[in-house]
Each structure stands twice: as structure tokens, then as C-alpha cells.
Design a protein around this ligand. Structure first.
Ligand code: SF4
Length: 327
């Protein structure tokens, strides 16, 4: 069995520093995840990533601050008011501080993500950021994961203590969500203009997404000079309106993570590549960023994700250790 010569030539050029085009990205994604080409993609991405990032794995934490039936109605999200089984619940200040302490007291966390809902009030969002900022070590970055916002709101987020924001033009935007790509891009541009770090990702990947769709979405993140790129599969939420489509395998997710890594390594602005949810195939295919999670989680049907989908910091460290990383 031999890999395609066109493929091997492209891999050689990437190893020499070449940034692939969108078409070449789609080409790499077009191979079956069980193919020799996919295995080589993952292996090269792993070796190059370990070299660039010094074989260091980063642990991030995410606190889901709120849960409620969400008017955003994204067809893959367990909070969508169309099919959610959740009732509204917000962490109290005491609960929020306890979760922040639990994640940050050892100082090991690179960054703490705070996730609120699409319709969480902006004042509540600012209050969550500023309270957590006062509480956690100044060396721990804060990243906010929220709905779309204006430039002046981006500046307020930064003034409250946020260092970055997770925002993505998602696969299926406008068809699986009620949001337009123009709204998503406007927020991404506000993040960049306000000097916040842009956390981006190829998500939520389902079996129906083509290599071309993924390549276009991945390249956008690189072109926007994101701070963190990554790959996330759509987790099958049993009662969601996209459940019938199923989900991709961890092996396919790892292959996509490898392709994202091979692009990210040639972008000076990208400092890490995430894989969501954390798994060993992903972190041995180029990813060097995984998230521990607590509170609500749009990929989970439990109100408290720790012990369900969410890993603890110790779980993440153990996963890295098993895969030969320093943390
Ligand atoms: S992804 Fe965000 S906007 Fe969409 S339903 Fe879930 S919480 Fe709401």
C-alpha cells in the first residue's frame, strides 16, 4: 500500500513551511479517516506541533454560567428552546466563585472560558467577567463565550477583564442556526479591533459536512488571524433536530484536527490548537489545547457537565501524560 504521490508532495512542502490553499485543505480532508493518507496527516501534524509548541499541552477551563431554553434555536445545541429539556438556572455568585477557585487556585490553568447564553443580558455578562477577574490569578487569561456583540461592547468586555473571546462562523450557520454569517463576521471583526484574542474552531462538525465546507470555514479562522484554532465534532444530543444525522468518529475528528494543525503551524498568530471534546487521538494529531468543563455545556443533557461530558483538570493532565506531553 502506498500513499498518493500528489499527497506526499504536498506533505513535504507543508513540512518545508508551505501554507496550503483552501483547495489543498479540502483535498487533505477528502481522504477516508482510515486511509494511509489520513494516518500520515495525523502523524506529521503531531510531530510538527510537538516541535513548534515544545511538546507542551495546555489546559483550559470552561465554566457554563447559565442554562435556559435559548431563543438562538441552534439545531445542534442542547439549550435550543425548540427541544431542550433544561429549565432556566444561573450560577449564584458563590457557586461561580467556588468553580473559579476550583479551576484556578493552583495557577495551572492557562485561561478560563466563561460561557453565557445568546440572550444573557450584557450587564450580567460584564458582572460575571469582573467578579471572576478580581478572584483569579492575574496570570490566568479570561475568555468570554457569548452571543454577537458590537465594537463598543467588545471594549467594555476588555475593560471588565476579558482577554479574549470565542467566536466562530459555524458550519451550517444560517441553516442550522438563525444567525447570518454577516452577524458572526461583524462580531469577529469587533473582537479583533478591540484587541481581544480570537478563539476560533472548525465546528460543529457532522457527518454531512463536506471537505469543501470545512476547508472554507477553517481558512476563515486563519485569515482572521485567530489566537487559537481547533476542531470540534457535533455531539449527538438525542432529542435535537440534527440527531438523525449522527456524529463523526473520534478518528475523523483527529484527522480534521491534523489538517487544522498543518495550517495553524504556519500562522504566526495561532498559539495553540484545540480539540473538543478532549481525546487522546486528537492530542496525538496536533492539538495542544484541551478544556476541563464545569457547569452547563451545550453538548450535554446534564445541568452539571463534570462527571458527564466534562473532564476535570486532573483528567486533562492524565490524558496529556499518557500521550507523552509535558503540561
Ligand atoms: S449555540 Fe448558543 S445561541 Fe445557539 S441555542 Fe445554543 S446557547 Fe443558544
Amino acid at each position: 500500500m502506498r500513499a498518493e504521490s500528489k499527497f506526499l508532495q504536498l506533505m513535504g512542502r507543508i513540512q518545508d513551511g508551505y501554507r496550503m490553499t483552501q483547495e489543498e485543505c479540502a483535498y487533505l480532508l477528502s481522504f477516508d479517516e482510515r486511509s494511509l493518507e489520513a494516518a500520515i496527516t495525523r502523524g506529521v501534524a503531531d510531530a510538527m506541533s510537538r516541535e513548534k509548541f515544545g511538546n507542551k499541552g495546555l489546559v483550559f477551563g470552561q465554566i457554563g454560567v447559565e442554562v435556559a431554553p435559548c431563543a438562538g434555536r441552534c439545531r445542534f445545541c442542547s439549550f435550543s428552546e425548540e427541544f431542550t429539556t433544561f429549565t432556566a438556572h444561573s450560577l449564584t455568585d458563590e457557586e461561580l466563585m467556588a468553580k473559579a477557585d476550583n479551576f484556578c487556585s493552583t495557577g495551572e490553568l492557562y485561561a478560563l472560558a466563561l460561557m453565557v447564553l445568546h440572550d444573557t443580558s450584557f450587564d450580567r455578562t460584564l458582572s460575571v467577567i469582573s467578579r471572576v477577574r478580581e478572584r483569579i490569578p492575574s496570570t490566568t487569561q479570561i475568555m468570554i463565550n457569548m452571543g454577537d456583540f458590537t465594537y463598543s461592547q467588545a471594549e467594555e468586555l476588555r475593560a471588565a477583564g476579558a482577554n479574549g473571546s470565542y467566536h466562530v462562523w459555524r458550519l451550517g450557520e444560517g441553516t442550522d442556526t438563525i444567525f447570518t454569517k454577516e452577524e458572526r463576521f461583524a462580531t469577529i471583526e469587533n473582537i479583533k479591533k478591540a484587541g481581544l484574542d480570537l478563539y476560533y474552531c472548525c465546528e460543529p462538525i457532522g457527518p454531512e459536512h463536506t471537505p469543501e465546507q470545512m476547508a472554507e470555514q477553517i481558512i476563515k479562522g486563519v485569515d482572521y488571524e485567530c489566537f487559537q484554532h481547533g476542531a470540534m465534532r457535533r455531539v449527538l444530543v438525542p432529542h435535537s433536530s440534527l440527531a438523525y444525522l449522527g456524529q463523526i468518529s473520534e478518528l475523523r475528528l483527529a484527522q480534521i484536527t491534523g489538517v487544522v494543525t498543518l495550517l495553524a503551524l504556519h500562522s504566526p498568530q495561532i498559539t495553540s490548537v484545540g480539540v473538543h471534546e478532549p481525546n487522546k487521538l486528537g492530542i496525538t494529531s496536533g492539538a495542544n489545547a484541551i478544556y476541563a468543563e464545569t457547569g452547563s455545556n451545550p453538548r450535554d443533557t446534564e445541568q452539571e457537565t463534570t462527571g458527564s461530558h466534562g473532564l476535570t483538570i486532573e483528567d486533562c493532565k492524565r490524558m496529556y501524560a499518557e500521550c507523552g506531553f509535558e503540561i
